[in-house]
Design a protein around this ligand. Structure first.
Ligand SMILES: [Zn+2]
Length: 879
């Protein structure tokens, strides 16, 4: 007799076509029912959807329930964690996934214990890195539903990652709601046979619960009936950890590796990577700001006696995690809900920007008097960059000197006069008080986690300006606009590409889940030929600016009628900085068109068979044509497996001799298209008017979301100003670690600060004076890493404030043998931690450098770095 482990649970979408607030109220009543069912033993156990966000919200309003909840968690009857939210695995960064699990672990542990099961029953696709992320948290099993390809149909199997991590996986093919039939339908046998397919295992799992579903108080009665009705299966109430203990005894389970993104058991929504591009951009910006700027800056600040604001940091990470729940991240929500997601993201962004601004100001407040302009490097590798900063000066002309008093070259990008007069109702009564606001570009070489200081002082000589030109060059590339064509020359290879990029506009008859082409699409090639082109050539920063209008069909009927009468103004800036291999890309579109998709298309010389993009902790090579593109209907796929692919920070195509990359700053979807698959198309945005629609060309059948109702989402048309940024780079070889480093540099931009009192509005709080920092600004590379092919995922301070964390990973599928070295500014002990920052091993004590042992393919490693004595060093810095 096979054993069926029945698991009472709820799947609690954090928000969706309803708001978080609506879900919260319902959850408060739901929780009362859950506790009642446990108190009365009507249920043995209950699973709270593997996520702590809903519990966190609940305990904020219902703190009196904490002890009762803890009692049941400790008794292993109420199962909570390991996640903070039911995260999206495809377009969120690796750090966000790790932080989400850390938050979930912390809160669940506070409540009596975390469920050590990687439980993501509804996420739209399973990422290839999940086994190693789970193992990093000592989680050995996982539950999911969507994405298993036709060929890998086992219900229970071992899922591995390239670093050797392995987890026991349950693919709940019939959905997390399969067991609702047990409650609502008397034909138990058919259900049980359905959940027993595709496995030889003796132990089976049957989840009983559904979206926001109320407690089934009659579960025990229904189990009794089911057990009485048949004798092939024995059903019993259970929980996931115990189910996996039994399942692990099954011999010969198959082993699979890689991501699962096939629309087999369910829809997978490959077009969701480009839904609500505005939300994706916002949360991408938050990730970069926290990981690449704020947290490393806190390490620098710690060395200068500035306390970290851990509560604010945790608050920001909670907001990020909420915005990355699978529906929230997807953008497949009502307009009201998406507005809340934008609001929460904006709120978190303001906190993160304020932390950055405060720290930069406080650090500079006790600098040597001679220095007044500063640039910071928030990475653990030295950087050589062209810093950009806007300075305020009384005189229009000024010069810069370095710390040794030598003149420092710079150029002016922009200058404006500002009147600081005290305002009067009658402007004639104001006494003018003029100063100048000047944006300059300055070359800067900055050590790891360090800064450079410059002296800005008035001067009478004129300053370097840029020349007007529609041919620009930075030593690496030359860009020219001639006879209506853009020419890109790679000066390293002397190859010239004619019109290497254009934009493409097509219809979108899909919904917030999926792109879908209309019956009669009309693709428009949006060339730059008619644009008004201006440009500036500088020694350090050059740019080409295209301003123009595209004539587009205003909606789907116009598109069918091939009527393009709507004007869409756009501005494209391509910027080159000296010696930088990345062409900075900045597009603004006034979107006036409904139901369409605009893509940037790069025309490459590469005939691709695979596309490449980064994943949370690696790189994925994916075929440019899905193997089931022809037979998807006959094998029962729920949507066309179009080769739309997610990227987190880069999308790439390469062959043996050349490599073209798009670096994204929030763009999350691409596809390799065109003749010979030589075009890399990146979705800039797409606009649709409904949450879900039925019978799409790419996705036949019921509407996604709600089957019986159209939910209009006019906001999802994304009318108005759309702003997209990124980078384009051409290389001889594909180097994913280098691409990650460039994406990070692109996101960080310049971190500059000027000590001045003229412009008191550089940030809103600049108006008010602050006390100077107690500790003088000193040079101190707390952690430095040599040139490496590893990716630095994160640099932060430990939660207890006693040390630092550095997380690195090997993005390649090869063993990484090069012995890289971490250097420290003072003697430290080095510990190997897991992804939950728990010590696994002490590796060295009292060292000022540490040689990293070889990294396995894809391996992630977290080092805890604990300086022996901080205070005397700070004293030393004072002298
Ligand atoms: Zn869901």
């Amino acid at each position: 007799m096979q054993k069926v482990h029945v698991i009472a649970h709820t799947h609690w979408d954090f928000e969706w076509y309803f708001t978080r607030q609506q879900a919260r109220v319902q959850f408060a009543y739901h929780m009362a029912e859950v506790l009642q069912a446990l108190e009365t033993n009507q249920l043995d156990a209950y699973l709270l959807d593997g996520q702590m966000a809903i519990v966190d919200d609940y305990l904020q309003t219902n703190p009196e329930r904490r002890d009762q909840m803890r009692k049941f968690v400790q008794a292993r009857r109420l199962f909570v964690g390991p996640w903070y939210t039911q995260i999206d695995e495809m377009v969120t960064s690796g750090e966000s996934i790790v932080r989400n699990l850390q938050l979930g672990h912390k809160l669940a542990a506070d409540l009596g214990g975390v469920m050590k099961v990687g439980y993501l029953p509804d996420s739209f696709g399973q990422g290839q890195d999940m086994p190693k992320i789970y193992q990093g948290f000592d989680i050995g099993s996982t539950v999911f539903w969507r994405g298993m390809p036709h060929e890998k149909n086992a219900r229970y199997f071992y899922w591995t990652a390239s670093d050797g991590s392995k987890v026991l996986a349950a693919n709940i093919k019939n959905g997390y709601y399969a067991g609702v039939e047990l409650i609502e339908n008397d034909d138990v046998a058919s259900l049980l046979h359905r959940i027993a397919t595709d496995t030889e295992a003796h132990d089976l799992v049957l989840p009983v619960g559904g979206d926001q579903r109320a407690v089934d108080f009659n579960l025990k009665d229904r189990l009794q009936i089911a057990n009485a009705q048949q004798n092939e299966f024995e059903l019993l109430e259970d929980n996931y950890p115990d189910f996996f203990n039994d399942l692990a005894k099954t011999p010969d389970l198959p082993t699979y590796q890689g991501e699962f993104v096939d629309p087999s058991a369910s829809k997978i929504h490959r077009g969701i990577y480009s839904s609500r591009a505005d939300l994706k951009e916002l949360y991408d910006r938050l990730e970069h700001l926290m990981i690449d700027v704020v947290e490393p800056l806190m390490v620098v600040a710690a060395h200068h006696g500035i306390e970290a604001q851990r509560g604010i940091v945790e608050n920001i990470w909670k907001s990020i995690a909420r915005g990355q729940a699978h529906d929230s991240s997807g953008g497949c929500n009502s307009d009201e809900t998406n507005r809340d997601i934008v609001l929460r993201g904006t709120d978190a962004l303001q906190l993160a920007e304020s932390l950055r601004d405060y720290l930069l100001r406080k650090l500079a407040s006790n600098a040597p008097d001679s220095l007044n302009v500063f640039f910071w490097n928030p990475t653990i590798q030295p950087v050589r960059q062209i810093g950009q900063i806007t300075v305020a000066t009384r005189e229009p002309h000024f010069k810069l000197k370095n710390a040794a008093g030598e003149p420092e070259a710079f150029e002016v990008l922009k200058q404006e006069q500002v009147d600081n007069a005290v305002l009067r109702g009658d402007p004639a009564q104001e006494t003018p008080d003029i100063y100048y606001r000047t944006t300059i570009a300055v070359p800067a070489v900055i050590d790891a986690l360090d800064w450079v200081g410059l002296t800005l002082e008035p001067a009478h000589q004129s300053m370097a300006l840029r020349t007007k030109s529609t041919t620009i060059s930075n030593g690496i590339y030359t860009l020219t606009f001639k006879d209506g064509k853009l020419l890109l020359t790679d000066n390293r290879t002397q190859q010239t590409f004619v019109d290497p990029l254009h934009f493409e506009d097509g219809g979108d008859a899909g919904d917030t889940y999926d792109y879908s082409p209309p019956d009669e699409d009309w693709l428009l090639d949006l060339s730059l030929a008619q644009a008004e082109v201006t440009g500036h050539q500088g020694k350090f920063v050059s740019e080409l600016i295209f301003r123009g209008e595209w004539q587009l069909p205003s909606d789907l009927p116009d598109r069918t009628a091939k009527k393009a009468t709507t004007t869409t103004p756009y501005k494209l800036v391509l910027q080159l900085t000296a010696d930088d291999p990345v062409i900075h890309f900045d597009l603004t579109v006034e979107n006036t068109v409904r139901d369409h998709r605009i893509r940037l298309v790069l025309h490459t010389p590469i005939q691709a068979q695979a596309s490449y993009a980064d994943t949370p902790f690696g790189v994925a090579a994916r075929p440019v044509i899905d193997p089931h593109l022809k037979d998807w209907r006959s094998i029962g796929y729920h949507e066309e497996p179009t080769a739309l692919r997610p990227l987190i920070h880069f999308a790439n195509t390469h062959d043996q001799t050349t490599s073209w990359t798009f670096l994204g700053l929030g763009e999350k979807e691409f596809q390799i298209v065109g003749n010979h698959f030589a075009q890399l198309a990146v979705t800039m945005f797409r606009g649709v008017g409904y949450l879900g629609r039925p019978d799409l060309n790419r996705r036949p059948g019921d509407a996604s979301g709600l089957q019986t109702r159209y939910v209009a989402t006019p906001d999802s048309q994304l009318l108005g100003t759309r702003h997209m940024r990124g980078g384009i780079c051409l290389d001889a070889t594909f180097d994913s670690a280098e691409l990650q480093r460039r994406a990070q540099a692109l996101a960080i931009g310049s971190l500059g600060y000027q000590n001045q009192t003229l412009d008191r509005f550089t940030t809103p709080l600049q108006y008010f004076p602050i006390n100077a920092n107690q500790t003088p600004l000193a040079h101190h590379s707390a952690i430095a890493l040599n040139d490496t092919k590893l990716v630095v995922s994160s640099v932060s301070a430990t939660a207890d404030g006693t040390g630092y964390l550095v997380r690195l990973y090997n993005p390649s599928e090869q063993m990484y043998q090069q012995a890289d070295t971490l250097h420290f500014a003072q003697p430290v002990s080095v510990r190997l931690l897991n992804l939950n920052n728990e010590t696994r091993q002490t590796l060295a004590t009292d060292v000022t450098s540490f040689e990293l042992p070889a990294f396995k393919p894809g391996e992630i490693r977290t080092y805890g770095i604990y300086p022996r004595q901080t205070l005397p060093l700070l004293e030393e810095a004072r002298h």
